[in-house]
Design a protein around this ligand. Structure first.
Ligand code: HEC
Length: 189
């Protein structure tokens, strides 16, 4: 190891120790505001963003993606999405609701994010994301059901509001547990 590299590492380690001491001090004083209506400081926001991004990338990297083009998968996924996800993520043609603006982080409108990486979507839907409100659906759903949702997510950005309505209406007819609509939150009013 060159002297230069060692110096860089020492400075790095020192910064980490100081940073940890500072963070502990801030925590003990109750100085960091955990209120959802107070935005994160930029450094905390960037740090959390980076940790989340890497955490998901690393864990999703080895996931095998099955074929996602089957219309039956997409229809089943649409029905789950409509029942379980729209309160937080909306869907084509859906208006803003009264919950999302108060959430921190605010759930992204998935239809306008583009198709996204199916591997990472599967991982996030199955395991959720700590301290964000994004639930781990794998606790109550099979991998197959989650892949159906991913198949639908790949389709959603290209759907018009009308196509979305038609798809969810027809899917609901042959979806084994339509009661989902009742169990899950209904945030529209
Ligand atoms: C209670 C609110 C809530 C519900 C319900 C919910 N999510 Fe989320 N979801 C979130 C939040 C908040 C985030 C953003 C997390 C973050 O910023 O780290 C998120 C993130 C995501 C992401 C990652 C988006 C990106 O940045 O690329 C995906 C994919 C996702 N959710 C899919 C779903 C699906 C599919 C469902 C239904 C099965 C669902 N979510 C239900 C709150 C929710």
């Amino acid at each position: 190891m060159t002297i230069f590299r060692r110096d860089v590492m020492l400075v790095g380690a020192g910064t980490v120790v100081l940073g940890a001491a500072l963070a502990a001090g801030i925590a003990m004083l109750g100085a960091y505001n955990v209120a959802a209506d107070s935005p994160h400081t930029l450094i905390v926001r960037d740090l959390i963003g980076y940790v989340r991004e890497r955490s998901v990338e690393v864990r999703a990297a080895s996931i095998f993606v099955p074929p996602l083009g089957d219309p039956r998968m997409i229809a089943a996924g649409a029905s789950h999405y409509e029942a379980m996800c729209t309160g937080c993520h909306l869907a084509p043609g859906m208006e803003e609701n009264e919950m999302r603006p108060g959430m921190n982080p605010k759930p992204p409108v998935l239809a306008s994010l583009g198709r996204g990486n199916p591997r990472e979507q599967f991982w996030i839907i199955k395991h959720g994301i700590k301290m964000t409100g994004m639930p781990a659906w794998g606790v109550t759903h099979t991998d197959g059901e989650i892949w159906n949702i991913v198949a639908f997510l790949q389709k959603m950005p290209s759907l018009s509001p009308r196509q979305y309505r038609v798809l969810t209406a027809s899917a609901a007819d042959h979806h084994p547990h339509k009661d989902h609509d009742m169990d899950h939150m209904d945030m529209s009013h």
